[in-house]
Design a protein around this ligand. Structure first.
Ligand code: A3D
Length: 321
């Protein structure tokens, strides 16, 4: 049986880590694409030279032309520019929107059957744009943010309780950013909901509130430490978990930015909700009950994503048409 093909659009910090993890996890052959000449080729060669040591047989290719992604089963998009000092959110949006137009056209032409995972920020707006510019069905185009945000939440909770990260589950809803909604009620340790653990005296409501706040600012915490660039190991591992669920039809229930067309009372917007990812892509959107406080936080988060989408439409009214 032929190996799967994984195309990585953007061969920067996350792109390189994605390639490494795809190799180590034996997910398939990897093509790294970037506009910068030499970088994808150099990273691909370095990784190919790692394969004998690590003991896997995937091939790695670096490219500056889209034809090389032809027939990819999975495409993971990290292409774009980061926000630089003095650049407004709208400036960043305009630049990365242009990038999504190029990437979408490349996917539309060469990898129309792929499952596409977008990581480029501002996430919820970029994945919305990418679905339009690629013309792929919405169930095949998702954004990665919730797996990362909930992994951060899980890590902080495990640390608080002194238990294995493996036994902590956590859910984060909404857009990626400081309006995200970590759902304490649906977060558990070995199946015991966090509010019960508070009642059992394992922690206090105040400490959980501080963990929620730290989760919301998880990206900024790392940016402040690194000084240049943003997190890349955990974001890459999170996208790989989504790719693996698709390629192996694992049907994992994961939070992802998906296009809502009715669920949660929303239409034509990408926002983070729990979904089942299997061989058909997004196979199910899970509509969880929200209490009034959670709903209010979710609505605030949705409003901020709507603001980004409106800004995109102002810049490119005919996007994907
Ligand atoms: P970086 O190391 O800068 O890599 C981006 C790569 O994109 C660079 O190699 C660029 O040369 C390349 N690039 C620029 N324009 C194009 C283009 N038109 N076509 C193809 N490639 C291009 O960044 P990174 O890997 O650290 O991060 C990538 C993206 O992920 C950024 O937008 C980050 O903000 C975002 N990010 C999102 C999360 C989420 O949880 C959603 C987390 C961390 C980072």
């Amino acid at each position: 049986m032929a190996r799967n093909k994984i195309a990585l659009i953007g061969a920067g910090q996350i792109g390189g880590t994605l390639a490494l993890l795809a190799g180590l996890k034996d997910l398939g052959d990897v093509v790294l694409f970037d506009v910068v000449e030499g970088v994808p080729q150099g990273k691909a060669l370095d990784l190919a030279e790692l394969a004998p040591v690590a003991g896997f047989d995937a091939t790695f290719a670096g490219t500056n032309t889209y034809d090389a992604i032809g027939g990819a089963d999975v495409v993971i998009v990290t292409a774009g520019v980061p926000r630089k000092p003095g650049m407004s959110r709208d400036d960043l949006l305009a630049i990365n929107l242009k990038v999504m137009e190029q990437v979408g056209a490349g996917i539309r032409k060469y990898a129309p059957e792929a499952f596409v995972i977008c990581i480029t920020n501002p996430l919820d707006a970029m994945v919305w744009a990418l679905q339009r510019t690629s013309g792929l069905p919405a169930m095949k185009v998702v954004g990665m943010a919730g797996v990362l945000d909930s992994a951060r939440f899980r890590y902080f909770l495990a640390d608080e309780f002194g238990v294995s990260v493996e036994d902590v589950t956590a859910f984060v809803l909404g857009g990626h950013g400081d309006t995200m909604v970590p759902l304490v009620r649906y977060s558990t340790v070995g199946g015991i909901p966090v509010p019960d653990l508070i009642r059992m005296g394992w922690t206090s409501a105040e400490r959980i509130a501080a963990i929620v706040e730290r989760t919301r600012n998880g990206g900024a915490e790392i940016v402040n430490l690194l000084k240049s660039g943003s997190a890349f190991y955990a974001p890459a591992a999170s996208a790989i978990a989504m790719a693996e669920s698709y390629l192996k039809d694992k049907k994992r229930l994961l939070p992802a930015a998906v296009r809502l067309d009715g669920a949660y009372g929303l239409r034509d917007i990408y926002v983070g909700v729990p979904v089942v990812i299997g061989a058909r892509g997004v196979e199910r959107i899970v509509e969880v009950d929200l209490d009034p406080a959670e709903r209010a936080m979710f609505e605030k988060s949705v409003a901020s994503v709507e603001g980004l989408v409106e800004a995109c439409l102002k810049i490119a009214p005919d996007l994907g048409k």
